[in-house]
Design a protein around this ligand. Structure first.
Ligand code: PEP
Length: 255
């Protein structure tokens, strides 16, 4: 049985002070949830302070990006070693905003996934098609390119520490989520790709989150689908009320 994972991607939101307030509010209201894994991904500047808030709780810390080298002359970058040391368990890799605005490719995603796993971090690898790719019937080709390109040289033991986030770009921040049927179709397809690469048993253990306009009103129908194992949440993770509701509703679906 795969434990659902609800991760909040705060993107470039929240000062340190605001991040501490939000993390405290979430912590207060989800302390008794055990059947859903809860992850907060604040900006780099708040990682240390949010870590202090969630220390020894049921909430894990995640970062939103990293470089694949351990250290060096890479101005403005952060390494897996730094993330691990500050207390991160997870790191989001290859978010569509990074692919669109910061030149990330399947190759850089693969470099980062490999480096994160080597450091003992759990990558949340994002994949997903743009609207024009869906409309021209290329969605499945794009997604298999993201999966195959991102997982080059990632072995069957390591893969169990990886989470995949299917995030159709047309659903991110638009208020227009993929329907549960649309999302399930892609999640099943991704699990099929993983089964070909790693075997059926392993593929059944890998968690695949959905992301794209997830909110309290649609979470239950999405994670009620067989291959949808939680959500990567942007907008609705920025307020404790909506994020807590997402976590609690997910927990009810699990039960
Ligand atoms: C995201 O950016 O990962 C995301 C899913 O955003 P939103 O929930 O706001 O669509």
């Amino acid at each position: 049985m795969r434990k659902p994972i609800i991760a909040g991607n705060w993107k470039m939101h929240k000062t340190v002070e605001e991040a501490i307030v939000l993390a405290n509010a979430i912590k207060r209201d989800v302390f008794d949830i055990e059947d859903v894994e809860i992850v907060l991904c604040p900006p780099f500047t708040s990682l240390g302070d949010v870590k202090d808030v969630i220390l020894e709780t049921n909430i894990s810390l995640g970062a939103q990006n990293m470089h694949w080298e351990a250290e060096g002359a890479k101005t403005g970058e952060i390494s897996s070693k730094m993330l691990k040391q500050i207390g991160c368990k997870y790191v989001i890799i290859g978010h569509s905003e990074r692919r669109a605005y910061f030149g990330e490719t399947n190759q850089t995603v693969n470099n980062k996934v490999g480096a994160a796993l080597k450091e003992g971090l759990f990558p949340i690898m994002c994949v997903g098609e743009k609207l024009e790719e869906r409309e021209s019937g290329k969605a499945f080709d794009i997604i298999s390119g993201h999966i195959e390109g991102g997982l080059v040289n990632i072995g069957p033991e390591e893969i169990l520490n990886l989470v995949i986030a299917y995030e159709p770009v047309w659903a991110i921040g638009t208020g227009k989520n993929a329907t549960p049927d649309q999302a399930q179709e892609v999640h099943k397809f991704i699990r099929g790709l993983l089964a070909k690469k790693y075997g059926k048993d392993t593929s059944e253990k890998i968690r695949i989150q959905y992301g794209g306009s997830v909110k309290p009103s649609n979470i239950e129908s999405l994670i009620g689908e067989k291959d949808i194992d939680g959500a990567l949440v942007g907008g609705a993770s920025l307020k404790s009320e909506s994020f807590v509701e997402l976590v609690k509703k997910s927990s009810q679906v699990v039960k």
